[in-house]
Design a protein around this ligand. Structure first.
Ligand code: NAP
Length: 253
């Protein structure tokens, strides 16, 4: 595809896990992909796998919770790859604790990366989407939005992502921009491995225990989420907006 016709996507938190799988999938779908994470050097693996497969990718280092870094990052993507048409707000952190032990820093960090990060990235990217009269914003929520012990900060952020998404859909629809949220259940990544370590369980045993509670009797993998994101990021999904899709191996609502 000629470069001037190729859609440009930004995936945050794309050095590993769901973000890395999504960046690779969007590249396979024909997009040029900005692989954004806290440390630019950590993006090298994702960028290399995309370019080895014949795709175009750019590593970008930025903290999504910092407005100046976000502005600079989106500007660099527009200058080096082209104006972004797809944004996947995927960067995330956990700071789990029961409410009575949760610090203000645990609260602020989680709300800062997930919610403020999605706000800053979307605000910076929407200008390019509105100019193109085309855009796809996909926000990572979670089954924890429905409530989860030890995650008062994370569940608040992930429920907030759903309201944020619906409002983006209402405000930006007239410009050809859709906004949707994906709410994964248990996905095997470094994030869930860290949770297993925190509760003192072997990760394999943790996954086996989780699978017994999931209707399809397995845990999810990053490609399961990337597949759903690929659909929402596609040209043909232009009439799907303001939705929350649970990718959890069974029904949640
Ligand atoms: P992960 O493996 O921990 O990867 C998260 C990535 O985000 C890391 O590369 C991390 O960089 C990056 N990141 C953290 N803070 C950042 C910041 N301020 N700016 C830019 N990048 C930042 O997580 P994952 O499991 O793939 O999860 C991806 C998304 O899905 C998250 O939003 C998560 O909440 C959501 N989710 C995951 C699950 C699951 O079961 N795994 C379920 C539901 C929802 P560093 O390595 O430098 O920290």
């Amino acid at each position: 595809m000629p470069q001037d016709q190729q859609r440009v996507a930004i995936v945050t938190g794309a050095a590993r896990g769901i973000g890395a799988a999504t960046a690779s999938r969007l590249a396979e779908d024909g997009m040029a992909v900005a692989v954004l994470d806290l440390d630019e050097a950590n993006c090298a693996g994702t960028v290399e796998s995309i370019t080895k497969a014949g795709g175009r990718a750019l590593a970008i280092g930025a903290d999504v919770s910092q407005a100046d870094q976000v502005q600079a990052a989106v500007g660099k993507v527009a200058a080096d790859l082209g104006p972004p048409a797809v944004l996947v707000n995927n960067a995330g952190v956990l700071r789990d604790n029961l409410l009575f032990k949760m610090t203000e820093d645990d609260w602020d960090t989680v709300l800062g990366v997930h919610l403020r990060g999605a706000f800053l990235m979307s605000r910076a990217a929407q200008k390019h989407m509105v100019d193109q009269r085309y855009g796809r914003i996909i926000n990572l929520s979670s089954s924890s939005a429905l409530g989860n012990r030890g995650q008062v900060n994370y569940s608040a952020a992930k429920a907030g992502m759903q309201g944020f998404t619906k409002t983006l859909a209402i405000e930006l629809g007239q410009f050809g921009v859709t906004a949707n949220a994906i709410a994964p259940g248990f996905i095997a990544t470094d994030m869930t491995a860290a949770t297993a370590a925190r509760v003192g369980m072997d990760f394999e045993e943790f996954q086996k225990a989780a699978a017994t509670q999931i209707p399809v009797r397995r845990v999810g993998h990053p490609d399961d989420v990337a597949h759903a994101i690929s659909f929402l990021a596609s040209e043909g999904a232009g009439f799907v907006s303001g939705q929350v899709i649970y990718v959890a191996g069974g029904p949640l609502c």
